[in-house]
Structure formats: C-alpha cells, structure tokens
Design a protein around this ligand. Structure first.
Ligand SMILES: [Zn+2]
Length: 614
C-alpha cells in the first residue's frame, strides 16, 4: 500500500463530547470491573487484605511457610491494587471534571498510604533473618524459590542500610531534603515574573515556557527567536546566584546521603538500586562525546537549508520545511502492524489485538487528560490514553505507546506477578524501538520529498533530544556532583563554565554561541528534582539502537536470533537486574557499541537528509 502519496485527508476531528465519539475509539473499562459496585466490593476486599497483612507482623522468623504466606498475600494485594487504582484513575482521566470520580480516585490514594504503613514492618523484619537461612528455605520450597531474585536483591541493598538509630536519624532529614527542589519550583514557576517580547509583526507576547518554546519551534523570523531567547534567559540571569545556591544544596544533600549510607560516590548511590556499575554512565559520556560528528553535520545542514548567516541555540528546533499532512487514525491502524513485521507474525498478531481490542482511548474530549500513556493493568490488559489529532507527532506517539503496551502484554503473560513490572532502565527500549521500526516503514513507503524531509527531521530531532541532550545533561550533573565531592566551591560562574564548555564540546563550530546560554543549566528542572535520572533515557535509546541494528541488519539467521533475544527481553519483565536482562538481549552497556549504534543511526539519517535537500 502506498502510504504517503499526497492524500486528501479529512480534517482532524474537532473537540467532541465524549458520548458522540464512536465506541470503537474508546477504551472499555468494564474489562477491569463490570461497574462501580464491583469496584466497591474489590476496594473493601483490598482493605481487609491490607489489615490481614499488617497482622502477620512478627511471624516471619517462624518458618518458610509463614514467609511464603506473607509474600503471596503481598502479591494478592498488589494485583488488586492495580485494578482498584486504574479503574478509578482511568475513569478520572477520561473526564477530569467529574468530582465524584475524582473523590474515588483520592480514596484509593488514601488506602494506598494505609497499605504502605501496614507493610512497613516487612523488610526490616525479613532482614533480621540470616540470608543463609532464607536460602535454605528456598532450596526446600519451590514456591518460595520463585521469590529468589526479589529476596536476594533486598539483601544486596542491605549493605547500605544503617542500624535503627541511623535509619531513624536519616528519616528525620526527609522533612527538609526536598527543600532545594521546592524552592527551585517556587522561584522558577510560582514566583517568576515572565518577561514579554515584542515580535516583528507587532504583537507583544508574554514568555511563559510554553510560549517561548512555541516561538522557537514555529517563528520563522530569526530576530524574533533571538529576542525571545535573550528575554527568556533574563529570568535566570536575574536570580542566578539563588539558582546556584539551590543547586549547591541539591549537590550537598546527595553527598550527605551517599556518605551517610557508605557509597563510594553520589553516582554510585544513584545507580546502586538497579545494580548498575558507575562505568556505564562514564562510558556513555565518553563514547557520546567521541561521536558528535553527525550532530555537528546536522546543525551545519540546518544552517544552510534555513538560509541563516549565523546559527544559534534558538535556531535548532525550527522545522526545515512547512508540512501539514494529516494522518487519519484508521489509516495508521493498518501501517503500524505492518511496520513491526521484522519482529515476526506473532508479535504482529498481538499488536493487532491491542489495536482492535477496546484498549485505546483515541480522541480528545472536554475534560480529558492531556498527553499520552500506556497503563499496565495487571491481570486485564494495557490501556492506552491518546489525544490523537492526526499529526505526524500523534502517529509516532501511538507507535511509542504500542511499544510500551506490547512490553506489558508479553511481560504479564510470562512472569509471575512479583516480576511483572519493569524498571525505567528498560522501559523506553521497546517504545523507542517501535518508533524506529515505524520510521523505517514510513520512509520505505513515502514518495513525497517534503514528507521524507519531515520524517528524517523528526527522527533526528528525537535522537538529539532523547540521546545527545540527555547525555550532555548527565555529564553536567556528574561534573557538578564531583565538585561537591571534592569539596570545591559551587558558584554561578563555575556552573556556567561547566555548561558552556559542554555546549562547545558537543557542537564545536557548528553553533554560534551566545553569552546567555551559559545560564541554560538553571532552566533544567530535572537537575533539581531528579538528579542522575535523565541518563536512563540515553541508555534506553542506545540499547534500542543496538537491538534495532541487530533486528534489521545482517543475515537472516542472525536477525532471527536477535528477534528471539529481543522478545525474551520483553517477556522477562523485572525478573533480573536491568543490565543482566539487556546483556541477554545482546546489549552490553559497559561497552561503547550501543552508543556507536546511535551515532551510526544518526549518521545514516543525516546522510539521507543531505541527499533529499541536495
Ligand atoms: Zn515512553
């Protein structure tokens, strides 16, 4: 089928009331509970089970069957929690204006807090039993041995748990450990005075972050983009010493906790939970810095195509061409399963089942939550929320969420409940792989040059945003934390130097630099809210790029083996540490090859783009 001939696509559907949208475009929540009465009954059942779990306190040391009973009850509670939570939460998301449903959703949150309290005794009580005793119990009981990875992992992390007095002291610090981030949010959002800018056409625009981004992404007048950039950065310039002081507080807090718990470094403390060696992040940073050539080529190409004499940070997001093709949902429903053909007929069949199975809430309606997600409702099915608006972005979002959903389906089908969930370290592998396969399909079927340019730019910008930028951020965080670890001063100037040097290390002479880009670090909320987090987007992307290379390249036999390894990864859920799971899928993140796969991918895309634009 020819997908991309210039089509007379119908206009995107306008905002309709929910009851005017056909049932086949809405999710069917009665697969979770038949009605609210059934939900109430499950809620009451959950409440009882939570109390029953609390009553098991003090029993674990009595023997293997008591531990097994507690673990099984905990699984029961967990499974019920999925259903009770998502039924209320998904109802809420389809129309957030409904107060009665919102109240039910909050009721679940209160119950969850109660559940956490009722279960708080479990880990400390378990850890008082020697691991060797637990291992003997597991050797004698296959039912208990099912929990081996979960139990042994708890003991592994025990090394950094303090005695009761120490833990109590640390828990008291939780009252102020989020203060730097709270203050950052207040300073950068609640208390901020947004500047305004007069655009060349005369309009005066208030520069909220959304408006600022919109100008950079849509305004074809470079002087307007420059003015918006300069004005917007004045927000940070005006308070840069305060931002630096808050960031210093983040660094000192992380250092405090890493030292208190006896980690070798702040990075080690951040990675230990998932058992990731620090070499993974160090290698990611080094290999990416060595692979910036195609990034620079892309920006030089953009400068030429956009006809600019100088090329700045504020010129990096404007589209190369204007393009407004619409992609009706029902067309895409055919293309998506076709795009996953390299993963085999079974995968394709299961994907079709999700696409036709009352799992997806497609269109926007008044009150519906914005954005998109895939919700893994254990024991039922994945539910996908979209706000599909016929744009190319919406199509790729659908492909992305289908990757998550297939991961859920395969993991839930092949894992016991305790291992059915997967960590963020693996989660974005199938979603990005799904997008990459879809891109290949679209590129193979388009005959429209403009569309080809848009597709290539979409893919390249995705790599820049989810890979290069995130690695640069990880590098920044690591350098800043190391300042604190070495006891060196952390000032606005020092932080600006780190950021500016990184910008130059990545972009070389492909970018003209503005003095105010020294301040951009203060605009990144992740630095303040979730240190050492963003690198995971990059490792996921690199893993996905390497798997993609193996799945679509090489001999038929090696492709088939790569597909088997990839499907095994999706089926493995959270049954082992993410590094081990990825290794079995053919990805070794302690080596440079995964990053090299991203660099190669970008090189190939930039070459294609150079060919089309001439
Ligand atoms: Zn995702």
């Amino acid at each position: 089928m020819k997908v991309c001939s210039p089509a007379e696509a119908p206009a995107a559907p306008s905002l309709r009331d929910r009851d005017r949208i056909a049932e086949r475009f809405k999710w069917n929540l009665s697969n979770i509970f038949s009605d609210w009465d059934a939900w109430h009954a499950a809620y009451a059942d959950l409440d009882l089970k939570i109390a029953a779990f609390g009553a098991l306190q003090g029993t674990l040391a009595q023997g293997s069957d008591r531990l097994l009973a507690a673990l099984q009850l905990r699984d029961d509670i967990g499974q019920l929690e999925y259903k009770v939570w998502y039924y209320a939460s998904l109802w809420h998301d389809q129309d957030q204006r409904d107060n009665q449903i919102n109240a039910k959703r909050q009721q679940v949150q209160i119950l969850f807090a109660k559940a956490a309290q009722a279960a708080a005794w479990f880990d400390p009580e378990l850890l008082k039993i020697q691991l060797t005793t637990i291992q003997e119990w597991m050797a004698a009981s296959p039912a208990l041995a099912l929990y081996r990875f979960a139990l042994e992992d708890l003991y592994r992390q025990q090394e950094h748990v303090l005695d009761d007095k120490g833990e109590h002291l640390l828990s008291l610090s939780s009252r102020f450990s989020s203060s730097p981030n709270d203050a950052y949010a207040a300073l950068s959002t609640a208390d901020v005075k947004y500047p305004s800018v007069r655009l060349s056409e005369g309009a005066e625009v208030t520069l909220t972050y959304g408006q600022y981004r919109a100008i950079l992404a849509t305004n074809r007048n470079q002087a307007d983009r420059a003015a918006a950039y300069q004005e917007f950065h004045k927000i940070y310039e005006a308070s840069i010493n305060t931002y630096a002081s808050l960031y210093d507080a983040v660094l000192q807090r992380d250092l405090f906790f890493s030292q208190a718990r006896g980690y070798a470094s702040t990075l080690d403390a951040a990675l230990n939970g998932n058992n990731i060696p620090t070499a993974v992040v160090e290698n990611l940073i080094a290999a990416t810095k060595a692979g910036t050539d195609p990034l620079r080529r892309y920006h030089r190409l953009r400068k030429r195509v956009l006809g600019l004499d100088t090329y700045h940070s504020y010129d990096t997001t404007i589209p190369l061409v204007d393009f407004d093709r619409k992609y009706p949902y029902e067309d895409v429903l055919e293309w998506l399963p076709a795009s996953v053909a390299p993963l085999g007929p079974d995968y394709e069949r299961q994907l079709r089942k999700i696409l036709s199975g009352q799992c997806i809430d497609v269109y926007e309606n008044p009150g519906k939550r914005s954005g998109a997600y895939s919700a893994p409702v254990y024991g039922v099915q994945p539910y996908v929320l979209l706000n599909y608006n016929d744009t190319l972005d919406a199509v790729f979002t659908l492909a992305h969420e289908m990757g998550h959903s297939m991961h859920t389906v395969l993991s839930h089908a092949h894992q016991p409940f305790v291992y059915a969930g997967y960590t963020i370290f693996v989660a974005e592998v199938p979603s990005t792989l799904s997008e990459a396969l879809f891109l290949n399909y679209m590129l193979a079927h388009t005959s429209d040059e403009r569309e080809r340019i848009v597709l290539l730019q979409h893919a390249i910008d995705g790599i820049v945003a989810t890979f290069y930028t995130q690695v640069m951020f990880a590098d920044y965080e690591l350098q800043a934390h190391r300042l604190a670890e070495r006891g060196q001063p952390v000032t606005g100037d020092v932080l600006a130097d780190i950021y500016f040097d990184l910008l130059k290390a990545y972009h070389g002479d492909a970018l003209d630099y503005d003095d105010r880009s020294r301040l951009t670090w203060a605009r990144i909320p992740h630095f303040f809210s979730t240190p050492y987090y963003v690198y995971q987007y990059a490792t996921c992307y690199a893993s996905s790029a390497q798997i993609m290379k193996q799945v679509v390249g090489g001999s038929e036999a090696s492709r088939a083996a790569a597909v088997d390894r990839y499907l095994a990864l999706l089926k493995s859920g959270g049954s082992d540490h993410p590094m081990a799971l990825l290794q079995r899928a053919g990805v070794d993140l302690s080596r440079p090859e995964p990053v090299r796969a991203v660099v190669d991918q970008l090189e190939a895309l930039v070459t294609q783009l150079e060919d089309v634009v001439g």
